[in-house]
Ligand binder design. Structure first.
Ligand code: PLP
Length: 408
């Protein structure tokens, strides 16, 4: 039995291994088209990186607030390691909780205007754990077509019935909710800011639809924290607190330059999560360096709203320069500014032309985005000064002209 099954399994696995990301392998077959897994060395306090001895302007990084490498954040991480060591001492429910975790959770709760918060070891784990703690078999989750993969995975693992609705379309959600049986928990999940398009979920309308159907609303603030809302408090602040979410969740790996995820809500709900969210309960605590760095960065965000204002002003200016010159920035209204190009190959060629201008703009291709909408996913940070962005815009436009994407 084993003798006949084993070779077949090996062949089947080999076929999968060979097939993995065949498209990316094809696209990156020439050295000057390589874009994934490049060993960038960030230049602290700047938006530049070194790559194979060359200094390049990074335009596709995540550190929206420009705090990666900030001396205060680095010091906080070092102090935390000196105090609590490396490693995590265990899962949070057992030996893994330190006063630093509690401090970070108190800070995140306050920042988000909620009673309590819980920190996970990644944003991915926060989504998977939270969906699974809210929904199970017999319950129903309604997700936007463009929701992040961690939400999709969380829904699938939960065993709940999953229904997708059209992107940023509250009327379609309304129909989906009307058509579904009104049993169990009904949970609607959206990204506050969509990571490939930079558009914002219509929170007030979604809230109304949820209320009409007795559904809960959960928002993923991964690309919203520190980016939208006058003081970077995310989607609720963006809409002047006209509507609130039932569950607010985010990551510490983007605007906040650390690692980890967070969920904020009522004290009772957070207590439930502590015991019901499996990626929290059965995975080691967030390390001291990450916890200390995140705590310091959230406090800086709270004090330095100018960072948020700069991101918003400069993203708008960059977007209008680029789109006025004929490039397609889609529905972007945040720091994520996609340069939508067309085929996967065209996006790769454009990225190469940008590199020749000294700019890193990383391509995102199918299946991460719909066919024929391959793009460079540009992210504006507080470290991109107006002068740097003006220079970058000129570089992008020269590259686009050389690729015949716009008129020379
Ligand atoms: C919308 C969204 N949610 C969740 C995550 C996962 O966060 P993390 O990278 O901290 O695991 C990401 C990461 O890209 C994201 O874009």
């Amino acid at each position: 039995m084993t003798a006949t099954l084993a070779p077949a399994s090996r062949d089947n696995l080999n076929a999968k291994v060979r097939g993995t990301h065949r498209r990316v392998k094809e696209l990156e077959s020439e050295p000057n088209r390589r874009n994934s897994f490049m060993p960038y060395v960030p230049v602290p306090g700047t938006p530049f990186v070194d790559l194979f001895g060359e200094r390049l302007l990074m335009m596709s990084g995540y550190s929206y607030l420009g705090l990666s490498g900030d001396a205060r954040v680095n010091e906080a991480a070092k102090r935390a390691v000196d105090m609590y060591g490396t490693g995590s001492h265990g899962v949070r429910a057992l030996a893994g909780t330190t006063p630093l975790h509690e401090e970070l959770e108190t800070e995140l709760a306050g920042f988000n205007g909620r009673e309590a918060a819980l920190v996970f070891s990644s944003g991915y784990a926060a989504n998977v754990g939270t969906v699974g703690a809210i929904c199970g078999p017999g319950d129903q989750v309604f997700i936007d077509k463009y929701d992040h993969a961690s939400i999709v995975d969380g829904c699938q693992l939960s065993g709940a019935t999953v229904t997708r609705f059209r992107h940023n379309d509250p009327e379609h959600l309304d129909r989906r909710l009307r058509d579904a049986p009104a049993t169990g928990v009904r949970l609607v999940i959206v990204d506050s800011v969509y990571s490939m398009d930079g558009d914002i979920a219509p929170l007030p309308q979604l809230r109304k639809v949820c209320d009409d159907h007795g559904a809960l609303l959960m928002v993923d603030e991964a690309h919203a924290m520190g980016v939208i809302g006058a003081t970077g408090r995310g989607i609720e602040e963006h809409f002047n607190f006209e509507a609130l979410a039932d569950v607010k969740l985010g990551t510490l790996s983007k605007g906040i330059p650390s690692m980890g995820g967070w969920v904020a809500g009522t004290a009772e709900f957070i207590y439930h999560l502590r015991y019901a969210a499996r990626p929290f309960l059965f995975s080691a605590a967030l390390g001291a360096a990450q916890t200390g760095a995140a705590l310091e960065a959230v406090r800086i965000l709270d004090r330095e709203a100018w960072r948020v204002a700069r991101i918003q002003a400069e993203s708008a200016r960059f977007r209008s320069t680029i789109s006025a010159a004929g490039m397609n920035t889609g529905a972007s209204e945040t720091a994520v500014v996609p340069l939508i190009i067309g085929t996967d190959l065209e996006a790769y060629d454009f990225a190469t032309a940008c590199r020749d201008e000294g700019i890193i703009g990383l391509p995102v291709v199918t299946p991460a985005v719909p066919v024929s909408t391959a793009r460079l996913r540009i992210a504006i940070t507080a470290n991109h000064s107006p002068e740097i962005l003006d220079e970058a815009a000129r570089g992008f436009l020269r590259a686009a002209a050389r690729c015949n994407l716009i008129g020379g």
